[in-house]
Write a protein that binds this ligand. Structure first.
Ligand code: PCA
Length: 154
């Protein structure tokens, strides 16, 4: 039987955001939307780098409980996402507890954390909802074709 995985997305993979289409592409495997959820622990969610990328910093206890979307995905989709996020060279995929809004149920999900963050990132504004981030034209995400795995790009 094919394995299924729960993934919590908080950034550009969310509905209405530039990488969401990747969850919808049939040849990338499958993803089923399960609903909105909030991280059980607080995390700093910041926008940084010259590409204005959203990062969930691996600094639990700082920032806010962050809102995102939970998807059930298959092996193929998980591989596509790992490649997109350059796990484990750039983001690292970790299992963390989130609370589903609708049912109030707490579930363990995979999510992409940034461990190699720079100290200045802890001084940036901490968001709790990437979709509600201020629409600052200087802070628009810039999709890029090149490999995002260079940690110096952070
Ligand atoms: N994409 C992943 C991690 C950060 C990003 O932009 C996500 O949406 O969860």
């Amino acid at each position: 039987m094919a394995s299924r995985y729960l993934v919590f997305v908080y950034g550009t993979l969310r509905q209405g955001k530039p990488n969401h289409f990747r969850l919808l592409e049939a040849n990338s495997g499958s993803a089923q939307y399960l609903g909105l959820a909030t991280t059980c622990e607080k995390y700093p969610l910041v926008i940084a780098s010259r590409y204005n990328i959203p990062y969930l910093l691996a600094a639990p206890g700082y920032g806010k409980r962050v809102l995102g979307e939970v998807y059930e995905v298959d092996d193929k989709m998980l591989e596509v996402l790992d490649q997109l996020e350059a796990h484990p060279k750039y983001y690292e995929r970790k299992m963390r507890k989130v609370k589903l809004e609708e049912s109030g149920k707490e579930v363990e999900c995979w999510l992409y954390l940034l461990h190699k963050y720079k100290p200045f990132m802890m001084e940036l504004p901490f968001l709790d909802d990437y979709n509600a981030a201020p629409d600052d034209p200087d802070k628009q995400y810039m999709p890029r074709d090149d490999d995002i795995s260079d940690p110096d790009d952070i």
